[in-house]
Design a protein around this ligand. Structure first.
Ligand code: SAH
Ligand code: SF4
Ligand code: F3S
Length: 469
């Protein structure tokens, strides 16, 4: 595994100085807009991109018309996400004509695919620069070239991936933060593009993770979410004898930190040691995202998931044995090649058996270069959509019942800020990760922990009142 050296980073820092000189000429402060698609890992990368932009003298805006630089950090996991990016970038051609100095960039997972970078170069000539996931730390150099050269700058390298500890991070202020503990994926589920665009599994050194969290706590962060495509594989590639459970245990000791969450866990790697550790670590929240993808053993095998329905259900049973109140969430793919009506019924069976708090469901999307892309379908698209709708119906009912059961219960919430839909309300999350809105009160502010009793329940959210007892 390759770690980016300090010399390499110093070189980037001097590019950053040169960009600052060019972009801030005449005392102006240029503005950047970074738009992020995809998972939390991408959000975390955007925080690093913003860190580098701030270092290069940029300020930030949410308005396209105001921006001197617009950067799309993209996701390749499904075709829909890719189409949206291409549509939005295409529409910027007019803005670029109006303001020829506008810089438009695209980066992230979608660009890590060779055919995509080519498409941009050929068909989207108003794009100034493109970079993939493995060259993120070279952004200052890429931007410097984009400011100095006429043609589209492309920086996409084929690599197993690097680790770079020195990129500056600029996070939104607030009590919550994401911390990546590992990058990449080795699992090669047959439908999934992630291993091709994110490289091999590589873990950050535990000291680096611990130092980052301690620093965050000093700035007022009390809740962290540990990130990785499969956090359960943490440490496998490190020289020291450490696994995810050990890391969790160490993070749990950090003074001032109150809540720990993590995602994602692959069921095949979820050890009994991890379950036991979660149960004894008081700061680890009773929440687990455990994607099962499909209920049918035949389909699970074709997906290369390496567990059976029975093993998955047994895992859930063991998790609940230790943590009866744990909130469970999952991911499901509907319409994987060859999935029949009978296979799909097995997915419904698992939904009903487990009763997840919430479910993220997706219709299978063919990804170029993955093994599933050449597999045949057994049913039509409209049948897939029927199955998808049925799944939503079954799950909505379950989510509703689980939320209804929260009525009258009191939860400790971390206040995250004003509700998005009502300026008279505040919003926060329960230990299990459920959103509760409650009326604003004098003296209660973002970052506080308050006890709230649920007074009204909906399928997706809960309403409550501060509990004074
Ligand atoms: N590493 C995580 C998440 C990967 S992507 C995990 O293993 O769970 C997030 C979700 O997108 C996956 O869990 C899967 O449900 C979905 N997904 C991935 N590839 C897909 C595809 N080709 N079509 C539809 N959904 C897909
Ligand atoms: Fe994709 Fe599977 Fe890796 Fe998750 S574990 S990122 S679904 S290959
Ligand atoms: Fe998408 Fe890349 Fe995440 S493909 S889901 S942004 S790792």
């Amino acid at each position: 595994m390759k770690t980016v050296t300090s010399e390499e980073m110093n070189q980037q820092f001097s590019y950053a100085e040169q960009v600052k000189h060019l972009a801030c000429a005449g005392g102006k402060t240029p503005k950047a807009l970074v738009i992020t698609y995809g998972c939390q890992q991408n959000e975390n990368d955007s925080e690093r991109i913003r860190g580098m932009l701030a270092q290069m003298g940029y300020d930030f805006t949410e308005e396209k018309e105001e921006a001197d630089l617009i950067l799309y950090n993209t996701c390749a996991v499904r075709e829909g996400a890719e189409q949206r990016v291409l549509g939005n970038v295409g529409a910027l051609v007019h803005e670029k004509r109006r303001r020829p100095n506008l810089l438009i960039g695209i980066c992230g997972c979608m660009m890590q695919q060779e055919h995509m970078a080519k498409t941009i170069k050929q068909k989207y000539r108003h794009v100034s620069f493109v970079f993939g996931t493995h060259t993120l730390h070279k952004f200052p150099q890429i931007l410097w070239r984009a400011l100095s050269e006429e043609q589209t700058v492309i920086s996409v390298e084929q690599s197993d991936g690097v680790i770079c500890e020195e990129v500056p991070v600029r996070r939104e202020e607030g009590p919550k933060a994401w911390v990546s503990i590992m990058y990449g994926c080795n699992n090669f589920c047959t439908y999934c593009i992630v291993p091709y665009v994110r490289g091999r599994e590589r873990s950050r050194q535990p000291e680096k993770v611990l130092v980052e969290i301690r620093e965050l706590v000093k700035t007022g962060v009390t809740e962290i979410t540990l990130l990785g495509q499969n956090v359960n594989a943490y440490g496998k590639d490190l020289p020291e004898d450490i696994d995810f459970a050990d890391l969790l245990y160490q993070i749990n000791q950090i003074e001032g930190l109150k809540r720990i969450r993590f995602m994602t866990s692959h069921p095949k790697d979820m050890s009994q040691k991890l379950i036991d550790t979660m149960a004894v670590c008081d700061k680890v929240m009773p929440q687990l995202h455990l994607p099962f993808q499909a209920g049918s053993d035949r389909i699970l095998e074709k997906m290369n998931r390496r567990y059976t329905q029975e093993q998955y259900l047994d895992l859930v049973r063991r998790v609940r044995e230790k943590m009866p109140d744990i909130a469970l969430t999952t991911d499901i793919i509907v319409g994987f090649p060859n999935e029949t009506k009978e296979d799909f019924e097995e997915t419904i069976k698992v939904l009903k058996a487990v009763r997840f708090d919430s479910v993220f469901s997706f219709i299978y999307s063919k990804r170029q270069g993955t093994p599933a892309a050449v597999m045949e379908d057994a049913i039509s698209d409209s049948e897939k959509h029927e199955n998808f709708d049925r799944l939503l119906e079954v799950q909505n009912q379950i989510s509703r019942e689980i939320n209804d059961a929260c009525f009258g219960k009191t939860f400790e919430l971390l206040v995250e800020g004003e509700s998005k839909t009502d300026e008279n309300m505040l919003t926060g999350r329960t230990p299990g990760g459920k959103i509760v809105n409650f009326p604003k009160e004098e003296g209660i502010k973002t970052g506080d922990y308050v006890n709230v009793t649920v007074t009204k329940t909906n399928t997706w959210s809960l309403l409550g009142e501060i509990c004074r007892d």
